[in-house]
Design a protein around this ligand. Structure first.
Ligand code: 5CU
Length: 376
């Protein structure tokens, strides 16, 4: 328990179980795991923005290493529990990290998803009351197989939702063919945790992008990807068509809380939309959707972003997260407390006041209520 006596719950915390890492070790296109002669630890290479440095490092052993070191933090359950203990986290809702099963062949996706989801379920069984999980769906599989996977995970005792990327069935989240999947997930009472992976096209970072490391793709590409994906869903009417769909958006909704007013203004000032009857007077605005169908994580590292999130969705719809095992300390001990986790907790205190009831809600009580985090 935190000093307040209330639980601290981390709803944004990832793992790649050992079987998933073995799969990445056998691949030669991203995502992949590769050893380089100049480093002890293998490298985990995930993002398209890392392709250029992968290419260079394969040819030149003195070049900067691509991706990130694959430490035990990514795959070890003992390490996850150690991280929780050293960072004051009572309960974690763990999820497979990006890019989930997006890259798998249609024929193998469902089998692999079932087995990885089962691994997550088993990890939760080893730490009853401390671990729950968001499952991942085999989105490259036929729709019937995806629906069967939803049936499978909804019956796993500690599963509380689905982690989803923005590509959907390949055409994004406004694809009408995805509606039955959203409906099935919502009917199964599973929360959709929407998380980015693809970012923006590398060209937007310019010819010098590589010099700036991971900063632009992670700080800007990821949140813009989420923002665009949800704006597309809103414009396509997905939230109206699946009224019981509840989504949790990573990184405090990207820039959605900040840009919602501009999205609204662009809608009501779009002559074509208005003249073709697509802006009825009784439509649910994006503000309404933010308050009724959207939860936001508190992984934004500053009270400024958090205040926008609170103003748009409400303090009762915000949930603390760490993004572990990403963003490890660079110069401090990785086995001690992590600054990235501390920054998110500090932002909550600064935004709503240390020890306040809103702080207790955001740090854990909202997650306990929304996700029904009871041990049995
Ligand atoms: O550092 C990164 O690349 C990432 C990532 O890939 N996924 C994530 O959730 N956070 C950081």
């Amino acid at each position: 328990m935190a000093a307040s006596g209330h639980p601290v719950v981390d709803i944004h915390t990832h793992m790649y179980p050992p079987s998933y890492i073995s799969m990445l070790e056998k691949r030669d296109t991203i995502p992949l795991v590769r050893k380089f002669p100049q480093a002890e630890e293998p490298r985990l290479i995930l993002l398209s923005s890392e392709l250029e440095s992968l290419d260079v490092a394969l040819k030149d052993p003195s070049a900067k290493l691509p991706g990130r070191p694959l430490r035990t933090h990514f795959a070890s359950l003992a390490q996850k529990i150690h991280f929780m203990d050293t960072n004051g986290i009572n309960v974690s809702v763990i999820s497979l990290a990006n890019p989930w099963f997006d890259f798998l062949d249609s024929s193998e996706a469902a089998g692999i998803a079932d087995s990885v989801n089962k691994e997550f379920s088993d990890m939760c069984t080893e730490h009853v009351g401390r671990l729950f999980f968001f499952a991942a769906l085999p989105l490259s599989a036929p729709v019937e197989a995806i629906k069967a996977s939803i049936e499978h995970v909804k019956n796993l005792k500690y599963c509380r939702g689905i982690i989803l990327g923005t590509s959907g069935l390949g055409k994004g989240l406004d694809d009408p063919n995805l509606l039955p999947i959203f409906q099935a997930v919502a009917d199964a009472n599973l929360l959709v945790f929407l998380h980015p992976h693809y970012g923006l096209p590398n060209e937007v970072y310019g010819p010098r992008g590589e010099e700036y490391g991971h900063v632009l793709p992670l700080a800007l590409g990821f949140p813009m990807e989420t923002t665009i994906a949800v704006a597309r869903m809103y414009m396509a009417g997905v939230f109206d068509q699946v009224r019981n769909l509840q989504m949790l958006l990573a990184h405090s909704g990207g820039t959605l809380p900040f840009l919602a007013g501009r999205i609204e203004s662009c809608i009501v000032h779009d002559g074509h939309l208005v003249k073709t009857g697509k802006v009825p007077k009784d439509r649910r605005t994006i503000w309404t959707v933010l308050k009724e169908q959207i939860y936001l994580d508190a992984v934004i590292y500053s009270e400024v972003g958090l205040q926008a999130a609170i103003a748009s969705s409400g303090a009762d719809r915000l949930m603390f997260g760490t993004d572990h095992p990403f963003f490890p300390p660079i110069e401090e001990d990785v086995q001690g407390p992590w600054d990235s986790s501390r920054l998110n907790a500090k932002a909550v205190s600064k935004a709503v006041g240390e020890g306040s009831s809103e702080a207790a809600a955001i740090m854990g009580l909202n997650a306990v209520r929304v996700l029904n985090l009871k041990a049995e």
